[in-house]
Design a protein around this ligand. Structure first.
Ligand SMILES: Nc1ncnc2c1ncn2[C@@H]1O[C@H](COP(=O)(O)OP(=O)(O)O)[C@@H](O)[C@H]1O
Ligand SMILES: [Mg+2]
Length: 337
């Protein structure tokens, strides 16, 4: 299910195994919900048989309140790494990101900034990257990276400020595994489209599913492979903070029209990607959401709203696909033109 990948590679493998085995994962009984969907696929008329198997009482959460109860059983911000060495500063964006080497030698691009007194934007980045991995979509691995006061003092002069003029604080940052030497391509020709069919189909689904905003600027290329960077404006409406109410009333999800055209996708490319969406479990979604630290100020109630939102929208897309109507009612981001 998970693609071998030079950058995401082993990290994703670890995350999937940990997320789906249910062994030694510290989950409560309530958290040990298994959702197995069996599928038999035929081109364009996929027949899907769903069977839900549970090892304990209670179905997958169906309301925000149930999600809140479930999320509360999971540990928060488990895999935090420490920034040790500054590699590059002033990488741009509103966050004016910087790159660090961390424990174990991994290199991460870090961002965090306050907007309207909230770090909701980096919660968005962290959550989208992690659900993308559960689904096998090409986003560099995400981590939470702790930056110490000592690190800030040591690199004070180089780090500068973010583009909102705010100085750097110690604390937890969103980390995106460094993708080197990437760039844009002017047009996606036949060859590039063929090479990226599976990756692009997953991005097309992911963008609709997670309500992408400025994704036409997120897409980038590295050695002929497409990647997506920068997802802090997802879930929301182009820069506005979201509220549970906003998420609740949003129209049902469809695939993303911009990505569908840009990557020259065909219906069969989406058919091939759907089993991966089907295989995403409530636990995958919950763990993605719980990865963010408290410090970012997204309360359990708000986290539950996102879980409910993502789970509902996963179903929206699967239902459209089962009905053979994916290409109708595609999601059109106001920011994609
Ligand atoms: N994983 C990554 N690898 C390499 N560069 C990255 C990565 N993530 C972000 N960047 C760089 O950091 C800059 C800021 O990151 P971005 O996610 O766009 O943040 P912002 O929300 O501030 O726009 C981008 O312009 C990009 O050049
Ligand atoms: Mg950006």
């Amino acid at each position: 299910m998970v693609e071998e990948d030079p950058v995401v590679g082993s990290h994703v493998g670890r995350q999937r195994r940990g997320g789906s085995s249910g062994e030694s994962d510290g989950l409560s009984a309530r958290g040990r919900v298994w959702l197995v969907e069996k599928m038999t696929m035929q081109p364009r008329s996929a027949i899907v048989q769903k069977s839900i198997l549970m090892t304990n009482s209670g179905p997958a959460p169906t309301t925000a309140a149930e999600w809140q109860e479930y999320l509360g059983t999971l540990p928060q911000a488990g895999d935090v790494v420490d920034a040790e060495e500054l590699i590059a500063a002033n990488l741009g964006g509103l966050s004016n990101a910087f790159c660090v080497r961390c424990t174990h030698g991994d290199r991460w691009v870090l961002k965090r900034f306050l907007k309207d007194a909230s770090c909701q934007n980096v919660f968005n980045d962290q959550t989208v990257a992690r659900v993308a991995h559960a689904f096998g979509a090409p986003i560099p691995a995400a981590s939470v990276v702790r930056v110490s006061e000592e690190f800030i003092e040591r690199h004070h002069a180089s780090l500068g400020r973010d583009r909102l003029g705010q100085p750097r604080d110690s604390g937890h940052y969103h980390g995106s595994r460094l993708l080197e030497a990437y760039g844009d391509v002017a047009a996606v020709g036949e060859e590039l489209a063929a090479l990226n069919r599976s990756r692009a189909a997953k991005l097309c689904i992911l963008y609709g599913w997670t309500h992408a905003a400025d994704h036409q600027r997120s897409v980038t290329w590295h050695s002929g492979l497409v990647w997506s960077l920068d997802h802090n404006l997802f879930l929301t409406k182009g820069g506005e903070l979201w509220t549970p109410e906003l998420l609740r009333v949003r129209a049902p999800a469809g695939i993303d029209s911009w990505a569908y055209a840009r990557f020259r996708l065909q219906p069969q490319d989406l058919d091939a990607a759907m089993p991966s969406l089907c295989a995403v479990t409530p636990e995958d979604v919950a763990r993605a959401i719980r990865a963010s630290p408290d410090e970012w100020g997204v309360t359990l109630e708000f986290q539950a709203a996102v879980a409910d939102f993502l789970w509902r929208r996963r179903d929206d897309i699967l239902q459209r696909w089962r009905a053979g109507s994916l290409e109708e009612g595609m999601y059109v981001s106001k920011w994609s033109t």
